[in-house]
Design a binder for this molecule. Structure first.
Ligand SMILES: NC(=O)c1ccc[n+]([C@@H]2O[C@H](COP(=O)([O-])OP(=O)(O)OC[C@H]3O[C@@H](n4cnc5c(N)ncnc54)[C@H](OP(=O)(O)O)[C@@H]3O)[C@@H](O)[C@H]2O)c1
Length: 267
């Protein structure tokens, strides 16, 4: 389990709380921090820099390049800008945020250049469906893609049909974003579900914790975003929940797995 940062660094009034939340997460062992040049137009990366100041070595730092910056030259420049904002000399992982018009081969070449220069230790992709992954892996340097970060939670299980098994077979970890369904409207549908609530009650947990524990049970990386310390503590505690067979059956009934191909969804 790591920590997401989308919508952080956007409102000065939330800044201190957000920094405190990220630091608390580090204290609790949630040392993967996921950010992107897009978030707050670089503001999230600057906030992360402040949160991890003097603690860089503890952190597994992930950032992302926007598809419009994903040419050979612009990717290298975008990475330099991210490193400057993050006040570090390297990223642990650099992702292409989603596919755009730039040929994938060019972005992979840029990632390879950055990797050889030590500016990134690894690279990966985000919002890639199975056909995109197959295309990437057929290209030079494509087989060095180490992850695909995608929308995955109880309400969005489409990847279980094909993408998740494909990645598992190759030992490529999936990073599940929006694990607790991000928006208030989405959360009402998911966290308000009576069956999810009944599983939560059985464990003396909250529905959000069960949603996270379910994802962890699927053996994926989860990156909840929490700007409130109470949420950070709750999320960390989800790591200690072990779901039983009866819980999984209840959750499958409430949130059925796919019975056919579902095109990858995106937030
Ligand atoms: N690659 C991509 O295209 C992509 C797309 C979306 C997201 N992401 C990444 O994934 C991260 C997580 O996704 P997300 O931010 O979309 O959604 P999320 O983590 O599913 O949901 C965040 C929302 O849930 C609330 N929350 C956190 N912990 C909670 C808890 N224990 N109980 C109840 N509510 C809780 C947060 O509130 P507070 O902030 O008030 O605590 C916030 O409003 C992002 O921050 C970003 O790093 C990547």
């Amino acid at each position: 389990m790591g920590q997401g940062t989308w919508l952080m660094g956007e409102h000065p009034t939330n800044r201190n709380d957000e920094i405190a939340a990220l630091r608390l997460g580090l204290d609790l062992g949630l040392t993967l921090i996921d950010t992107a040049e897009m978030y707050g137009d670089g503001g999230a990366e600057e906030l992360v820099a402040e949160a991890i100041a003097a603690r860089r070595a503890e952190v597994f730092l992930v950032s992302k390049v926007l598809p419009e910056s994903a040419t050979l030259r612009d990717t290298v420049e975008a990475c330099s800008r991210s490193l400057r904002r993050l006040k570090t000399d390297h990223l642990d992982l650099y992702l292409l945020h989603w596919r755009g018009r730039v040929p994938l081969a060019e972005t992979l070449e840029a990632f390879q250049l950055l990797k050889r220069a030590g500016k990134i230790l690894d690279y990966g992709v985000s919002n890639f469906d199975l056909d995109d992954m197959e295309e990437a892996f057929a290209l030079p340097f494509g087989d060095e893609v180490v992850t695909d970060q995608v929308l995955y939670n109880l309400m969005h299980r489409g990847i279980e049909w094909d993408l998740l098994p494909w990645c598992r077979k190759r030992g490529i970890p999936i990073m599940a974003y929006s694990p607790i369904e991000h928006s208030e409207a989405g959360q009402k549908g998911m966290l308000g579900n009576p069956q999810l609530t009944s599983v939560a009650t059985r464990h003396g947990a909250t529905p959000a914790q069960i949603a996270l524990a379910w994802l962890l049970h699927q053996r994926v990386v989860v990156i909840p975003k929490a700007g409130k310390p109470q949420h950070v503590r709750e999320n960390r505690a989800a790591l200690d929940i072990t779901l039983r067979r009866e819980d999984l059956v209840t959750l499958d009934r409430a949130f059925p797995p796919p019975d056919g191909k579902v095109p990858l969804e995106m937030k």
